[in-house]
Write a protein that binds this ligand. Structure first.
Ligand code: ADP
Length: 500
């Protein structure tokens, strides 16, 4: 059988650009696919951090894609370390700016995101319709930023084209744009049909059975409607998004496509996240040398100004500070958590109000609470290694990666039972402890008291020297690698190609 070719189109990929889990997945999944013999390549925008890290050569110049949008160049390079091809879109007016991939430094969405990601989607679809030298069998799109690609591809006149897969990493972000979009394309505010035509899509696509969403255009809906297959990043989230609570108005569409929708659990990069070799942590350790894990705790406490209290567990949290992550459940019980004899160490950035509330607590009790605002890859590894417990009280969680990193580092996750957290953390019930499957502590409801009870339960276990190491061992020996999931993706790609 000839080599399977996959173009992975994404708005971020570690280590070139990363704001969250999508960045990790966009590096690790193509790497795992390549290990299975797939010719997987990446396409992403040329943000400054991408242009700085890659040695690039030009593949195509002056791709004029939409009216009034500057022509872009398509460049090719190699992923640092991973040594596989990466295609980069060079459009200085679109992507060369200080700030993040989606927002400026103050946290405001870039006003022209629709254009920036329509360009990404369009070039992805051009790959999919075999207009460039690399002709993928599969166009694998990720989240709303590449959502228009399956629509462009479905309407392309190409005789041969890739099959498209749309992966949802988070339904909460949909890329919905109204008539203001027209102005971005240099037109006066007109109706949405005009916008759709400016994008090169037929008028008929602007309907309920297309990319229309309450009179506006939804990039994610386009992806969900026009792709040949939909995946999400965990089996439970695949069910969650078909419900009103988590479908954000698209649950009906997803239910009608449920026979073409599957949940494939994310893996983690077990080389980047390995306590035995991790270069970011001060003292490497293995399951046989857990005493060395404590050395990381001692050093981190010193670094962050926390009291050296051998009997107090360190509870870690690394997160985007958004509604989704359940910070609102945590904040009211922070005094109780500290009262119980737990130290809190948090790294995160996002919502300014949440940042301020958390920082206030840290100022009040600097010996027991440490809050670092910002994005810090090294500190994130150090917190995972040093903490005894790791908290994820998410209101919803498509998959979640940090709970898996934690288990690999012998750090016990405390999570709400939702989405991928439900699929990866096994609650320390008596039965699960006895059959050696327990890896963490799980609570059910969106309720601060339940969160506190969960911490109290974990605290009891922490003080039981016969139990805690067993929980650590169960997590540390579990296979969280991409190997299994990458095989599932290959099987899916092959099924799609056979059907075609
Ligand atoms: P999400 O994609 O919803 O943000 P995930 O758990 O899937 O959540 O992935 C989050 C990723 O981003 C993890 O690799 C985590 O370590 C990292 N991360 C989140 N916030 C920070 C931060 N402030 N500093 C460093 N890494 C962070």
């Amino acid at each position: 059988m000839s080599t399977l070719r996959v173009l992975f189109a994404t708005s971020e990929a570690y280590p070139l650009a990363k704001t969250g889990g999508l960045g990790d997945v966009s590096y690790a999944l193509p790497t795992a696919l390549r290990q299975l013999g797939v010719d997987a390549r990446l396409l992403l925008p040329g943000y400054p951090s991408v242009m700085q890290q890659l040695l690039l050569i030009e593949v195509h110049e002056n791709l004029t894609l939409f009216p009034s949008v500057e022509p872009v160049r398509l460049l090719a390079g190699f992923m640092p370390g991973g040594a596989y091809p990466v295609y980069v879109i060079d459009g200085p007016k679109l992507y060369a700016r200080e700030g993040g991939p989606y927002q400026d430094a103050a946290g405001n969405e870039w006003p022209d995101n629709a254009v920036r990601f329509a360009v990404l989607s369009k070039i992805a679809a051009m790959f999919g319709s075999h207009q460039f030298l690399f002709k993928p069998d599969i166009l694998h799109c990720n989240d709303w930023q590449t959502g228009l690609a399956p629509a462009f591809l479905a309407y392309s006149q190409a005789r041969q084209r890739a099959m498209s897969v749309m992966s949802v990493h988070n339904m909460a972000y949909q890329g919905v744009f109204g008539p203001e979009l027209a102005e971005l394309f240099g037109q006066s505010r007109t109706d949405m049909i005009r916008v759709v035509k400016l994008l090169g899509l037929p008028e008929s696509s602007f309907s309920m059975n297309g990319l229309e969403y309450h009179g506006k255009m939804s990039f994610l809906k386009a992806g969900l409607h026009y792709s040949d297959w939909i995946t999400t990043v965990s089996p439970t989230y695949a069910k969650d998004i078909q419900t009103e609570a988590f479908g954000y108005g698209l649950q009906g569409l997803l239910a009608t496509r449920s026979h073409q929708l599957s949940g494939i659990l994310n893996g983690i990069d077990i080389d980047a996240w390995n306590p035995v070799t991790d270069r970011y942590i001060v003292k490497n350790y293995s399951i046989d040398m857990l005493a060395d894990k404590d050395e990381n705790k001692r050093i981190l406490r010193g670094k962050l100004g926390l009291e050296q209290a051998p009997n107090k567990p360190l509870l870690g949290m690394i997160t985007r500070l958004t509604y989704q992550k359940g910070i609102d459940l945590l904040v009211p019980v922070i005094p109780d958590i500290i009262h119980e004899g737990v130290q809190l160490v948090l790294l995160g950035s996002g919502d300014k109000e949440l940042e301020n509330r958390l920082k206030q607590y840290a100022r009040l009790l600097p010996s027991q609470i440490s809050v670092t605002l910002g994005y810090d890859e090294q500190l994130s590894h150090q917190i995972i290694a040093a903490s005894d417990m790791f908290l994820m009280p998410s209101l919803f969680e498509p998959c979640g990666l940090t709970q898996m990193y934690s288990m690999r580092y012998g750090t016990i996750p405390l999570v709400r039972r939702t989405g991928g957290l439900a699929d990866t953390v096994i609650d320390a019930t008596l039965a699960n402890i006895q059959n050696h499957s327990a890896t963490g502590f799980v609570f059910e409801e969106e309720d601060s008291q339940q969160l506190l009870s969960c911490i109290q339960r974990a605290l009891k276990a922490f003080h039981r020297k016969d139990l805690w190491p067993a929980l650590q061992s169960n997590g540390m020996t579990h296979d969280f690698s991409w190997h299994h999931s990458a095989n599932e993706y290959v099987a899916l790609y092959q099924r799609l190609l056979i059907k075609n």
